[in-house]
Write a protein that binds this ligand. Sequence first.
Ligand code: TMP
Length: 235
Amino acid sequence: MEKREQLYEGKAKKVFATENPDCVIVSYKDDATAFNGLKKGTITGKGAINNRVTNYLMQLLEKEGVPTHFVEELSDRETVVKKVSIVPLEVIVRNISAGSFAKRYGVEEGIVFDAPTIEFSYKNDDLGDPLLNTSHALALKLATPAEIDAIKAMSFKINDVLKAFFKNVGVDLVDFKLEFGKTNDGKLVLADEISPDTCRFWDSKTHEKLDKDRFRRDLGNVEDAYAEMMKRILG
Ligand code: TMP
């Protein structure tokens, strides 16, 4: 696959065209941001780790029947994925209270829920990704009712698969963010990434944080946490 012109640069990845109109190449950066870009930094080696971790987990999900955008890993940082138009919803699934959930509802972090929760944010940096519900998403025509139903069902299935996988490697999957896209032939697939940038991972025994919260909250040992997660996931 030939890398052609850059189509887009986001906070953590660049996207390039290829000779195939149905495929693009994503290139993962070491740049890290938090709080809608207010905090900026570098996590050395993050791009390569997030690329490999995402690809591993996307292939696991494909095997379990979840359609994804994954096509082929090209190198440490670069992967061919299906070209999609991203549904402008960030889907957050939570198993344990943390982060904005704990803050918004005034509860401590670490409460294990009886059943997972799901919420949507409108993917819009200018507005700071505001929280919205299904009827808001429909009013704004961000997706069709059938797409919202499919996104919810896929997100809970993904949670089941990932929760079980991480339990096996001694990690509690606290919460995570997903994005979905539509391919050129209209198929809804899991897109973006699944990595320590987009998930909260707590060591099952020590409850040590092994994700981007180490960067967001200045906890130190950020690179070590990413490397540890790659080791646990890829073996
Ligand atoms: P939150 O508790 O801050 O709402 O985050 C929930 C999950 O979503 C957490 O695993 C981190 C992830 N996340 C992103 O991937 N991108 C974002 O911009 C934010 C705010 C959270």
